[in-house]
Write a protein that binds this ligand. Structure first.
Ligand code: PGA
Length: 249
């Protein structure tokens, strides 16, 4: 079975009721490729608004969730709560969570485990920093982060991996198709060796980092790039172009 192309829009800490209303209207009117799975991820407080307003063939994701279902964890949101309001997906392990909020590989592994148990689908993010790439540590870092996640996953059906080199996120410095393909291939090879050939073949690996309407179609041609996780450009009308990038081939 070919892997279904998937495009996620990570709005990060952006938006208001009114700007997201406009953005959702744009998506609802957009001519979206029905062969592509599309997921948008507004901040928590707008999840319900977006879920209710967006067309039903577009899914909605939380940008994070905690590794416990309930309790004295001020400020946290549970996977069960996302499920309760009809959210299907969650983004976990984004580099901004790792870097700014100091989430560790282990915590991210626990969050992935809990989110899957609660019935969410997970976009699990991994990726190296610039100095790690410059020191030839890309594979080592990506595999370390992946292993911390894989430790908690027994069924990969609801897991998508997002490879997002930190140096490419929000910088306008997109990885070249070759650079991205090389790491995606390594990730798939690791899955084959450590998990199974079936999981390696079936698991989608998205690329993230300065994807835009101009570079998406070229990246989408790479064999192991099965989608995109888009930040900045997901807030703009060009997000529709990115969603349709695979169809243009
Ligand atoms: P960017 O962000 O597209 O703005 O580089 C990607 C991401 O953080 O998922």
């Amino acid at each position: 079975m070919p892997r279904k192309f998937i495009v996620g829009g990570n709005f990060k800490l952006n938006g208001s009721q009114s700007s997201l209303k406009t953005l959702v209207e744009g998506l609802n009117q957009g001519n979206l490729d029905s062969n592509v799975e599309i997921v948008v991820s507004p901040p928590f407080v707008y999840l319900d608004q977006v879920r209710k307003a967006v067309r039903k063939d577009v899914a909605v994701a939380g940008q994070n969730c905690y590794s416990k279902a309930s309790g004295a964890y001020t400020g946290e949101v549970a996977a069960e709560m996302l499920k309760d309001i009809g959210i299907e997906w969650v983004i976990l392990g984004h580099s901004e969570r790792r870097e700014i909020f100091k989430e560790t590989d282990d915590e991210i592994g626990l969050k992935v485990a809990h989110a899957l148990k609660a019935g969410l689908k997970v976009m699990a993010c991994i990726g190296e920093k610039l100095e790690e790439r410059e020191n030839n540590k890309t594979t080592e870092v990506v595999v370390r982060q992946l292993a911390a996640i894989a430790k908690h996953v027994s069924d990969w059906t609801n897991v998508v991996i997002a490879y997002e080199p930190v140096w490419a996120i929000g910088t306008g410095k997109v990885a070249t198709p070759d650079q991205a393909q090389e790491v995606h291939k390594d990730i798939r090879a690791w899955l084959k060796e450590k998990v199974s050939a079936e999981v390696a073949e079936a698991t989608r690996i998205m690329y993230g980092g300065s994807v835009n309407g101009g570079n998406a179609a070229t990246l989408a041609k790479e064999e192991d790039i099965d989608g995109f996780l888009v930040g900045g450009a997901s807030l703009k009308p060009e997000f529709v172009t990115i969603c349709n990038a695979k169809a243009k081939m």
